[in-house]
Design a protein around this ligand. Structure first.
Ligand code: AKG
Length: 255
């Protein structure tokens, strides 16, 4: 990690835009080791995961793996990655608070079959008051417009929570009802990233991604979620929502 990753300038950009990019946050041998570790997790751990923690575009085809939840609960090295060290420090610096590490996820859009990520604000899933949290998105592959880079609406974190509806996208069950407004369309920007680049966004920042239109390039990333200790979670509502979602996904045969 760049020791000066959260300089005053980075902080100001995060506050103004609702996201910031830390280029080559993971690099060299650390990046190679992480990639090997992710491959090991996918090969060895994923086959044993409960169905609500691993999603496929087609559950009968392992090559269509699209999302893994709570990797830290299933593997000590990913637990350490989430709970100790540099990622947590960045979250603390940007939120200016002690943080609670909440989730380490894997996002993949396999070549040819990876579908779009609907426009959303993470806070809609988190159910926090105040809504103080960050999500980090670490590119494992080089990602651009062709294979589905993340797109943000700068400044949208200052305009409150938009109304969301229930989508049919596995792993992203909420989407913004009226996206894009004219303002959204004018302001949205694409964030191409190289393997090892870290994007960090506020829980209210609107973001989305296209599908993977490449027939050959993978598009993998890790997501790390941290809540500020100031944020109170509506745990009952959150658990009820997760239960309903899991029941629906099971009933429809998608997991
Ligand atoms: O990888 C993606 O397409 C979306 C990730 C995302 O929504 C997030 O990190 O909050």
């Amino acid at each position: 990690m760049n020791q000066h990753a959260v300089s005053r300038e980075v902080h100001q950009r995060f506050d103004a835009d609702g996201f910031v990019t830390l280029r080559q946050f993971v690099n060299g041998a650390g990046r190679r080791e992480l990639l090997a570790n992710v491959d090991r997790f996918v090969r060895q751990v994923v086959p044993q995961l409960p169905s609500e923690h691993v999603f496929y575009e087609d559950k009968n085809d392992p090559a269509t793996l699209k999302q893994i939840q709570q990797m830290g609960e299933h593997d000590p090295s990913f637990h350490d990655m989430l709970t100790t060290g540099d990622f947590r420090k960045v979250a603390e610096a940007l939120l200016q608070a002690a943080v609670v590490p909440v989730n380490l996820q894997y996002f993949s859009k396999p070549p040819g079959v990876g579908r779009p990520t609907p426009p959303h604000q993470d806070g809609c899933y988190f159910m926090l008051d105040p809504c103080e949290a960050v999500t980090m998105w670490l590119a494992l592959d080089d990602v651009d417009a062709e294979n589905g880079c993340v797109r943000y609406v700068p400044g949208s974190h200052k305009r409150g929570m938009r109304e969301h509806f229930r989508t049919q996208t596995l792993g992203f069950s909420q989407g913004i009802v009226d996206y894009p407004t004219t303002e959204d369309a004018q302001q949205e920007i694409a964030l191409p990233a190289r393997s090892g680049d870290l994007l960090v966004h506020d829980a209210l920042t609107i973001h989305r991604a296209d599908g993977n239109h490449s027939a050959v390039r993978s598009r993998r990333a890790l997501g790390l979620v941290y809540y500020s200790v100031r944020a109170q979670k509506d745990s009952a509502a959150h658990a009820a929502y997760q239960r309903r979602l899991t029941d629906e996904m099971k009933a429809s045969g998608r997991i």
